[in-house]
Design a protein around this ligand. Structure first.
Ligand code: SF4
Length: 371
């Protein structure tokens, strides 16, 4: 069994700060906390110098964290597609990039900088959130920070979770999901979270976690952290995504599920998602160059309606059925098991219904946290 990385923030060795952000109290707080060498990036050159070409320099680039201003918007709907059932999630963009290095990580193809960016103009972020969450439309928001980064991977440096959890504790029409593959939960202790934050872990078969998820926490570390969060009163979520076909996948996923329910109280789990591997064609080239020992990209795939490659439906259904059957023997009554980005045919074949029959996937998940 491999030794887990636990807190991937330890991979960061250099901090870079945009000159115009130096005066911000949050920047000063991070600099004081992190004990790293700091380079100031002048307004005339806002990027660190990382030798080599992207993506070859990603492994080195991930040592570098850049504190910068988000000049775009922080809060927007998750980019789902019309062709597949999406869960009506809202993305809060706290940064881009991740110190961990999963072979299948879509960020390798989405981003084109080797370093990690973290946004420090959090006053602007909370102003945007205030505007959205006080709108008179009565919309209920499920918000996640784990779309372009891992929610907790850098938390021991940034301390962002404390600000977010405290902010969310005052909201009545929203929950926050912090999704991670780390065990960096230290900042979540002693917070008056009011049940408005859900702490989530991505899980996979032991083979995939060991071979394809570099610098992540082991299953044991992830579940110990989850159990601790449950003790602190947080609700939990788990994501089997991406589900990857490999030799022994049935026993692998079953084993992870059995271990999960041995270690974590089922009644604390708000939702569990399932999503089979899907990827942009450009990701395959990048990932197979960077990780030549990985074989899973060489299985058979079909082009999906969203332009991403995915397993044939028959194979997806077979994997989903196996995992759903295993989950069914363990889950609590209130836990919502759902697909991330699947079509109605697959929903019906595996679960016997499609989300529209239950008010839509967004409503199914909203009901889970509002009961
Ligand atoms: S933990 Fe998530 S964001 Fe980080 S490398 Fe893995 S897939 Fe990408």
């Amino acid at each position: 069994m491999r030794t887990g990385y636990g807190n991937p923030a330890q991979y960061i060795t250099e901090l870079h700060v945009e000159e115009e952000c130096l005066h911000l109290p949050y920047t000063r707080e991070i600099i004081a906390r992190c004990n790293l060498p700091v380079t100031v990036l002048p307004i005339s050159r806002k990027t660190p110098q990382i030798p080599g070409q992207y993506p070859d320099n990603l492994t080195v680039g991930k040592h570098h964290l850049v504190l910068k201003k988000n000049r775009g918007i922080f809060f927007k709907p998750c980019p789902g597609t019309r062709e597949y059932r999406c869960c009506d999630y809202q993305v809060l963009n706290i940064g881009m990039g991740c110190p961990m290095d999963c072979v299948y990580c879509i960020l390798q193809a989405y981003l084109n900088n080797p370093w990690i960016s973290f946004f420090v103009n959090i006053d602007d972020m909370f102003t945007e959130l205030d505007q959205a969450l006080s709108a008179p439309d009565q919309h209920f928001y499920r918000i996640g920070t784990g779309e372009f980064t891992d929610s907790l991977a850098l938390d021991s440096i940034t301390g962002m979770s404390r600000y977010l959890v405290e902010y969310m504790s005052r909201q009545s029409r929203a929950v926050l999901e912090l999704k991670t593959k780390s065990n960096a939960i230290g900042n979540l202790e002693h917070l008056d979270h009011q049940g408005r934050t859900i702490v989530a872990w991505s899980l996979n078969s032991p083979t995939v976690m060991a071979a394809e998820e570099i610098r992540t926490a082991t299953l044991d570390e992830r579940l110990r952290a989850a159990s601790q969060c449950a003790d602190w009163g947080y609700r939990l979520a788990f994501h089997f995504d991406p589900i990857i076909y490999h030799e022994g996948w049935q026993e692998g996923y079953s084993k992870t599920i059995r271990t999960l329910f041995n270690r974590v109280p089922a009644d604390r789990i708000a939702w569990i998602s399932l999503g089979a591997l899907r990827y942009l064609p450009s990701l395959k080239n990048i990932a197979t160059e960077r990780f030549p020992q990985s074989r899973f990209f060489y299985e058979e795939f079909v082009d999906g309606l969203d332009g991403k490659a995915r397993y044939f439906r028959k194979q997806r259904v077979s994997m989903y059925r196996h995992i759903a059957d295993e989950l069914t023997t363990h889950i609590g009554q209130k836990t919502c098991v759902y697909f991330c980005m699947e079509n109605d045919t697959v929903w019906k074949e595996v679960f016997g219904f499609c989300p529209q029959q239950r008010g839509g996937l967004g409503a199914m998940l909203d009901n889970t946290v509002n009961e």
